[in-house]
Write a protein that binds this ligand. Structure first.
Ligand SMILES: O=C(O)c1ccc[n+]([C@@H]2O[C@H](COP(=O)([O-])O)[C@@H](O)[C@H]2O)c1
Ligand SMILES: Cc1cc2nc[nH]c2cc1C
Length: 372
């Protein structure tokens, strides 16, 4: 297998079609309610049309939730309200249908795909299609050691690329991208702080099940320590993911970049997806054009990352459970935007409207002799 060169993505990723976007805007001008009167749905419809390269925009008919799952060694420090190694249990609950994302996905008729990259549990208890990409059990404790070996980082990144290809090949037309992780918001904080050049305190949030002040301080210190390990490898994104990321993060970054190559639009859920998107932006500056920030999850690192990519979150609904749930709620709005852009009638053409051919009466007209 040839060695992986992330620089290739810079050329492989094109911008969404600007000409199509202008056509979509022009069509919108002709519709019965003025552009802007549908608020953010107007720009959503135009974004989707450009991504699809289609005017009128096609309906989103085969969306999917894709969740990358993993445990993180850093959770052993007590930076998460969940027990270290507990992500496998969450995955089982998602699969059994009992998590918020399971309920919403059922209601919206959207399949959920979980990709286990580094859960810290026996693989036998999970379906083969979930575990087949796993590269190790739990990623390393990033305050003191690398999350992954270079080989594991490459394998995980390639797995993400492969998953994006599978989705694109099977006709998925939009992905809601989220994570199932324990310790994931700490890792995401490290990546965001490293790439934005800010202190640990700027990106340290309360995580999954809001942690108390003491745990917040441990999390902040863990991010600070991992940041020291991140700085020497900031110029190489695969090395960065190996040093302070994890297998789920490497896979998600590969997934995001390959989705952009395949012109598959992706809705970003929370801080983990945002951190991976930021790594992806470093690799290919055009890539964020293919992504939509679903919501503001309340994690400070997410806000920082989205700001860097000039992505404005669509919703603020206070859903902080992760696992793609908050992100999935953006889907009905995207579908609504597509339906409006495609189905709202156009205004009647001037020539087909009531006769308004008479010249307005000017001063001369009033002086002219009355019609005989
Ligand atoms: O994505 C976010 O912004 C976000 C905010 C709060 C919680 N989460 C979820 O919480 C889990 C990780 O939390 P933690 O505290 O263990 O880092 C993981 O399953 C995330 O999807 C995610
Ligand atoms: C309007 C819009 C602009 C974007 N730029 C990158 N992603 C985007 C998503 C939307 C919806």
């Amino acid at each position: 297998m040839s060695s992986l060169n992330l620089d290739d993505f810079t050329d492989l990723i094109e911008r969404p079609d600007g000409g199509i976007r202008r056509d979509a805007e022009a069509r919108r001008e002709r519709q019965i309610v003025p552009p802007g009167s549908l608020g953010r749905l107007d720009e959503l419809g135009e974004w989707l049309a450009a991504a699809q390269s289609a005017v009128p925009v096609r309906p989103v008919e085969r969306p999917r939730v894709v969740l990358f799952a993993g445990d993180h060694g850093i959770a052993e420090l007590g930076v998460s309200a969940r027990p270290a190694g507990g992500a496998g249990e969450l995955v089982r609950e998602v699969l059994e249908g009992g998590r918020p994302v399971s309920v919403l996905a059922r209601r919206l008729g959207v399949p959920v795909r979980i990709v286990d990259m580094a859960l810290d549990c026996a693989p036998e208890g999970l379906p083969e299609d979930v575990v087949r990409h796993r590269v190790r059990r739990g990623s390393g404790r990033i305050d003191i050691e690398d999350a992954l070996t270079p080989e594991e980082a490459e394998a995980a990144f390639r797995a993400g690329v492969a998953v994006a290809d599978e989705e694109a090949d099977s006709g998925t037309d939009l992905v809601v991208l989220g994570d199932v992780s324990v310790g994931g918001t700490t890792v995401a904080g490290v990546l965001v702080a490293a790439l934005c050049g800010v202190d640990a305190s700027v990106v340290t949030g309360r995580g999954g099940l809001a942690i108390d002040d003491l745990a917040w301080m441990r999390k902040c210190a863990a991010i600070r320590d991992a940041l020291r390990r991140a700085r020497p490898v900031l110029g190489d994104q695969l090395q960065l993911l190996a040093a302070v990321g994890g297998a789920d993060f490497a896979a998600m970054t590969g997934f995001l970049l390959q989705s952009a190559v395949r012109k598959l639009p992706v809705v970003l859920d929370g801080v983990v997806a945002a951190a991976c998107a930021l790594v992806g932006q470093r690799v290919a500056f055009r890539a964020p054009d293919w992504w939509l920030a679903a919501h503001d999850s309340g994690e400070p690192g997410q806000a920082k990352a989205l700001d860097r990519m000039a992505l404005e979150p669509l919703l603020t609904h206070g859903v902080t459970v992760g696992e793609g749930a908050g992100g999935l709620l953006a889907l009905p709005l995207v579908q609504a935007a597509a339906a409006l852009a495609a189905e709202l009638p156009e205004k009647p053409k001037e020539s087909e409207g009531p006769e308004v051919t008479e010249e307005p009466a000017g001063p001369e007209a009033s002086e002219a002799p009355a019609e005989r």
